[in-house]
Design a protein around this ligand. Sequence first.
Ligand code: ANZ
Ligand code: ZN
Length: 895
Amino acid sequence: MHKQGLTETRYNHLIAEKKWQILWDKKKFFEISDVDISLPKYYVLEMFPYPSGRIHMGHVRNYTMGDVVARYKRACGFQVLHPMGWDAFGMPAENAAIKNKTDPAKWTYDNIAHMKGQLLKLGFSIDWSREIATCDESYYKQQQSLFIDFYEAGLIKRKKAKVNWDPVDQTVLANEQVIEGRGWRSGVEVEQKELTQWFLTISDYAQELLEDLDTLDQWPTKVRLMQSNWIGRSEGLQIDFIIANKPTDITIDVLRVFTTRHDTLFGASFCAIAANHQLVEQLLNSSYDNINELKNFVATCQQQATTQEALDKAEKIGFFTGIYVLHPFDETKKLPVYVANFVLIEYGTGAIFGCPAHDQRDLDFARKYSLNITPVIQAEKDEEGQEIDLGKAYTRDGLLINSDFLNGLTTEQAREMVAKRLELQTHNNEPVAKRIVHYRLRDWGISRQRYWGCPIPFIHCEECGLLPVRRKDLPIRLPKNVSFEIPGNPLLRDEEWCAVTCHQCGKNAKRETDTCDTFVDSSWYYARFTDPNSNIPTDTQKVNYWLPVDQYIGGIEHAILHLLYSRFFSRAMKKTGHLDCKEPFKGLFTQGMVNHETYFINDNGVPSFFEPAEIYIQQSDGKRHAYTIESDTLVQIGTIEKMSKSKKNTIDPSDIISDYGADTIRWFMLSDSPPEKDIIWTAEGIAAVYRFVQRFWRLMQRSICLSAQDSRGFDTSNVKEIPQESMNILKAAHKILHDYTQALDSLRFNVCVALIYSFTNNFDTYIKEKESDKNLAPAEIAVIDEVVKIMLRIVEPIMPHLTHECWQLTGNETELCLLPWPKVRQDLLIVEEIVMPVQVNGRRRAEIIVAIEATDEDIEHQALEQELVKEAIKGQLIKRVVIVPRRIVNIVVGQ
Ligand code: ANZ
Ligand code: ZN
């Protein structure tokens, strides 16, 4: 084997990175052109970007993590799918079209080209042959085909729903186009208007989507909880309250409410209905006395924002209708019926009974309108023994009081008792109450009245009604050269585009002008990647081989909607025969943000921000001070926050790549913080990484130089012949390899980085000594060679360019990224072990064998893993784990 010696002392990232990127691309190392379904597979996917124009640091962090996993899994022998695409439809392209008079398609594809160029410079091992943009005809054609399948399978329905309507621009507005209740362009107050819209029937899958969360054991608990809350299952009771004084012209004689707290029924002091409840409608069309006041109140309610957050904040207001209902257990008790702004029509039955003592909203409301407040649950002292705050509603469980036959029962028993009794009680031969399971999850409205989206492939014929487009007529392409001068949906105005001949009756018909919510596009791209050129949505053999995605990586901001929609889509695609897997993402990882400090001057109380690039920092009096480069003006250093345009605290990845190189930025992204936590970007930090990169380069060069000497075929398995010092370094290298591999397996990239830092120091010392040795023994040369090989191989996933460059110096022909992951030599890992008994509340339950240098964390983990210990703990709370070093573990549990 021929080895080259020292050629250069400084690593030139500009030359090296370009060189390797060209070579990887040319050799198609990361492409899978012919999938071999007999091989074990690994599918790693990062959430694809929106082509906004430039890559930001969040992308760099996300895609670096994915790339490290992809490179590592290839080395472990998997056939790895690591694709990339563009979530390319959406509003910003239309906004840019309005602002710059460009074509949304051109704007989007230009951005894609630019961002792809940026990604290529980061050296990601992506299979670019599978690149997809959701705005490509070839992609949305298949989406339209899926749409029709879903429609035919009853997974898509049309129904009326509210939209934001701008009365001046005569157009539907997206939520983000409504700013403080007004249209973003017209500035006038937005109205709510009902339109017939397209819905995916996700609510039919509520129970299944909820239950199957339990199978996602490689998802963050937090995300599963967020999904579960979003689905919002509640078991409740629907109760009919008889109307005591039914006004004339009103046909309803019972008020049907939905409650999950029927245990509090004796504390009920009013009922409330939504502003658009049927009863309100009837009152408005009757000879009701206060019709004008009611009208005004309803109008006020309709103006208010409908997001949960806004509702929670809004003051609770009501309007007394004059109607009373009878308490189902005590007909002498009459409850006033209000119209209230906090009751939503979409939820439950759109009507509630209020129990002020045990619900905060009801309490606020009762105080405002002087309604009775009767506690019916005995408030306990809370866990810390604090007195319950009487100003607040008591919403926890407890024992029933002031509740007739329920007194003394627990909340749960009381609920059961109330349900049982009311189910048997009848009014007009109907049971007064019915148990129902309710989900917060609504059907997914996907209609958008916008141009830049996937056209919904339907036509409206006066004769034949609504018809799906024939498959052979797909794709329904977006028209070109549309004008954005006039507000509103350009598709609606494009008469030529809208006019079609009905394929069934031959008469004139009209195209559907709604396009799909862009969340539809991103709900199945992971499946399309498995065969992006197929002329059907998926090739079932391929999609079933690749799915589920083994590791999905992305931001927590997509924890709810995108993931839930994708989970629904895979089920819908399964139902329509496009794939065979219910859960699309086996493993999910949500990475933290990239943060940076902010710089600003106070402009009459309003901060005016500066970009990091406009600032230099100087130390004086042990403090950091920031000045503008342009005029040396002192500015304030603000808080550290997520990089964002509004705070101007962004750093352009391209600048960093050209100044320091892709490997440096990749390394930085994984260092310091655990990957799920935020990382703080600092100029000092990146400079320090750059110094390390150079140092690592020099160390590898020097080591390769030494190992280039003749080791006369020395085999390092002859451990007896290896001098102690070299033995130590060899052992240390295998220990690092072992720990590093474990850390990679659990995506603890920062641990990998830390291991390399510490080993580099050790190895540097060792190499320095060996450099002063004139005559290295063959054993020493062989050890250096082995250590270098391990180092380069394991660092390659993070710093692929630099390690390939070093590897080339060793004279090996095969490219580094094609080599298998090194094997840990167990014989070198043997460490001293001790036996520790494990006690639970003082009783001995098990014994564990731990390494003498095991950390408390390791010991605790191992102790809690023991079956006998688990059994002893079962159902109890772990209060403390006491570890007496080298002696005993004691676990203290209690209720
Ligand atoms: C009486 C009651 C007493 C309630 C009490 C709560 C506490 P979850 O559990 O999230 O499903 N509710 C029902 N329909 C509503 C609507 N359309 N708009 C606003 N609120 C509505 O929530 C169910 C509870 O939310 C129900 O239980 C009801 O108030 C309210 F001490 O009924 B409860
Ligand atoms: Zn027709």
